[in-house]
Design a protein around this ligand. Structure first.
Ligand code: 13P
Length: 250
């Protein structure tokens, strides 16, 4: 049985005051022991704030991106070593917003995954198809190519250190959610690829669903055999919604 993971992706939202109120509400409502793992992936300037606010309680800190490079002349980038200094346990790599607005291809995403693993952080590797790709019947091929690029560069012994997130691009921020059956189909395919790379470890990898997950649909999605949690955008910005999703993760 895989322990579920609920990870908030704040994207480019927040302020010192707003974050402080949100984290205080979440912390205050959660008992010390919960039934799932919980992370919040905050914008880089707020890592220090997140680190200070999350010293006790079950919520751990994550980042939204990491450089593919170790250090050096890469203006604007943030290295894995830097994220580690601020106590990050998780880092999102290959989010569709990075792939589409910043032209990140799967080779870059694979390098970023390696950087995170080398630093001892857990990469949350995002895959997902656009609406046009789904309608053309290419979902399976698209997500397979995205995950394959990562599985090709890591050692088979590193498979268990991954988290994978299936985020259909057409469901992100749109209010459209994949049905539990649709999501499960893709998750099962991703599971097959992970176990093909490492039979034992592939069973341990958490595969999250992301894309308009909210309190109303979280329990049903997470009841699917290969949906091991959620990567939550909009609903992670509202304490009551985030807490309700956490409560649904058992
Ligand atoms: P929404 O939950 O806002 O659809 O965002 C999903 C997402 O992109 C999380 O990374």
């Amino acid at each position: 049985m895989r322990r579920k993971l609920v990870a908030g992706n704040w994207k480019m939202n927040g302020s010192l005051a707003v974050n402080s109120a949100l984290l205080a509400s979440v912390n205050a409502a959660l008992p010390a022991k919960v039934d799932c793992d919980i992370a919040v992936c905050v914008p880089a300037p707020y890592l220090a704030q997140g680190q200070a606010a999350l010293t006790s309680g079950p919520v751990v800190l994550g980042a939204q991106d990491v450089s593919a490079h170790e250090d050096g002349a890469y203006t604007g980038e943030v290295s894995a070593a830097m994220l580690l200094e601020f106590g990050c346990s998780f880092v999102i790599v290959g989010h569709s917003e990075r792939r589409s607005y910043h032209a990140e291809d799967s080779a870059v995403v694979a390098q970023k995954t390696l950087r995170a693993l080398q630093a001892g952080m857990t990469p949350i590797v995002c895959v997902g198809e656009t609406l046009a790709q789904r309608e053309a019947g290419n979902t399976e091929a698209v997500v397979a190519a995205q995950l394959d690029a990562v599985l090709a560069v890591i050692d088979a012994a590193q498979v268990e250190h991954l988290v994978v997130a299936y985020e259909p691009v057409w469901a992100i921020g749109t209010g459209k959610t994949a049905t539990p059956a649709m999501a499960q189909d893709v998750h099962a395919q991703l599971r097959k690829m992970l176990t093909a790379r490492n039979a034992e470890q592939g069973e341990k990898v958490r595969i999250l669903y992301g894309g308009s997950m909210k309190p109303e649909n979280a329990a049903e999605l997470m009841a699917q055999p290969d949906i091991d949690g959620g990567l939550i955008g909009g609903a992670a910005l509202k304490a009551s919604d985030f807490l309700a999703i956490i409560a649904a993760a058992k």
